[in-house]
Write a protein that binds this ligand. Structure first.
Ligand SMILES: Cc1cc2nc3c(=O)[nH]c(=O)nc-3n(C[C@H](O)[C@H](O)[C@H](O)COP(=O)(O)OP(=O)(O)OC[C@H]3O[C@@H](n4cnc5c(N)ncnc54)[C@H](O)[C@@H]3O)c2cc1C
Length: 376
């Protein structure tokens, strides 16, 4: 594979860079998360940068995956805020494209791109996290509707979401992967209650969701009734598979900041060695991303290699932010002017849990990338 941009990709990158220079104003950077995020996301959509690989008939640009990779790299390098519809764009949308009906696609997809509708992911439950097949939230059929009861937890964006991708158990007698049904649920339906959870950073970006007799039309099933496991796997592959480039570019900008800090404050030989090792690791994961991109371009489906980039990024981000606090010395105990590194270190604790814990990702890499025997 030739790792350089083709002339056409180089033009796309150049146009994107100059668009970012003109549009990524200080107001966007410093604005309040939700309002600034909506404005920025709308701008991205109007310029044709949201849903780059989505089909044109549903508001996308119908561009190749290489453009999406370039877009993610450039956004992370410019330290641009993400599109507010992270879950809609990265997970709900691709799952609707793969398993939805024509009506789902027409009614939902463009509203994801424009942020008219924000999505959340209702997979995890108090007793079903790594093992999603232990889901107990029920969806019992009643005529043309399902009646949903149960609790989800750690749902990012649920407090501002209009729709939820929800994994439910539609056959109460079923065990594990069988009898699950994947629903799209209107978060404004009667019986949906969202309770924000405060994180170690002090922010509340994820939530508990309680469902009490929530009525969901049967038309809102994605895929087949009872076939929810396969649909959920599509979502998870997209969650990990397409993020690699953004994560790696984000890590690069984090390591560059660490280098600047080391130059400013001074670093011991051991610390310099650790910084150099992070830089080398970053280059290795960059090439793994190109391998994932090749799979995606050939098959249209992200491969299990995406788990490698997520695993590396999450653990590296914890090491890098810890190193920065070390360089700050005793001052690290004070939040100071902006508390950037302190916030980053606290937030990075969740990186090895969200989108699959490190242990789960190592299992996936062992079994599905390296072909080792199953652990159980
Ligand atoms: C910041 C953040 C945002 C999140 N956003 C969402 C969201 O939007 N929607 C959503 O549905 N969920 C979300 N989650 C939840 C996340 O997906 C789960 O926390 C994660 O899957 C782990 O599940 P759990 O917390 O139940 O831990 P458990 O599954 O109970 O795991 C506990 C420990 O046991 C280990 N373990 C479990 N099984 C195995 C095994 N087979 N082999 C080896 N070790 C194992 C795990 O690695 C972990 O260390 C979010 C989490 C975080 C931190």
């Amino acid at each position: 594979m030739d790792l350089r941009d083709t002339p056409e990709e180089a033009t796309f990158r150049e146009e994107l860079r100059s668009w970012v220079e003109q549009n990524l104003t200080n107001e966007v950077r410093r604005g309040r998360f939700e309002e600034a995020g909506r404005d920025w996301s709308r701008k991205l959509h109007e310029a044709g940068y949201a849903g780059l690989t989505w089909p044109k008939e549903y508001g996308g640009a119908g561009a190749p995956y290489s453009h999406q990779a370039i877009f993610l790299e450039e956004m992370a390098r410019a330290e641009a805020p993400p599109h507010l519809g992270v879950i809609g764009l990265g997970m709900a949308g691709p799952t609707i494209i793969a398993h939805g009906t024509e009506t789902h696609k027409k009614e939902r997809l463009e509203k994801i791109l424009s942020t008219e509708e924000i999505w959340c992911q209702g997979f995890s439950e108090p007793d079903a996290g790594s093992d999603l097949s232990a889901v107990r939230t029920t969806a019992i059929r009643d005529g043309d509707e399902f009646v949903v009861n149960g609790q989800k937890v750690w749902s990012s964006f649920a407090h501002i979401a209009d729709w939820c991708i929800l994994v439910t158990r539609s056959d109460p007698e079923s065990q594990r992967h069988a009898g699950l049904t994947y629903l799209i649920v209107d978060m404004h339906s009667p019986g949906v209650e969202v309770r924000p959870l405060r994180q170690i950073t002090g922010e509340a970006e994820f939530n508990e969701i309680f469902f009490t007799d929530v009525r969901v039309p049967v038309d809102n099933v994605l895929g087949e009734v009872g076939g929810g496991w396969g649909v959920a796997m599509t979502t998870l592959l997209h969650e990990r598979g397409t993020l690699g480039f953004a994560l790696t570019a984000g890590l690069e900008s984090q390591i560059r900041k660490l280098i600047a800090l080391a130059k400013e404050r001074g670093a011991t030989e051991v610390q310099r060695d650790a910084i150099a090792r992070e830089w080398i690791g970053l280059q290795a994961v960059r090439y793994t991303n190109y391998r994932s991109l090749t799979t995606l371009m050939k098959t249209g489906i992200p491969g299990p290699e995406g788990s490698g980039a997520k695993l590396w990024w999450s653990e590296a981000n914890q090491r890098v932010t810890k190193l920065a606090l070390e360089l700050l010395g005793p001052e690290a105990q004070l939040i100071g002017e902006n508390g950037y590194w302190q916030h980053q270190q606290l937030r990075s604790r969740g990186n090895t849990i969200e989108a699959g814990t490190s242990e789960i990702l190592r299992n996936i890499i062992a079994e599905r990338v390296l072909g080792l025997p199953r652990s159980r």
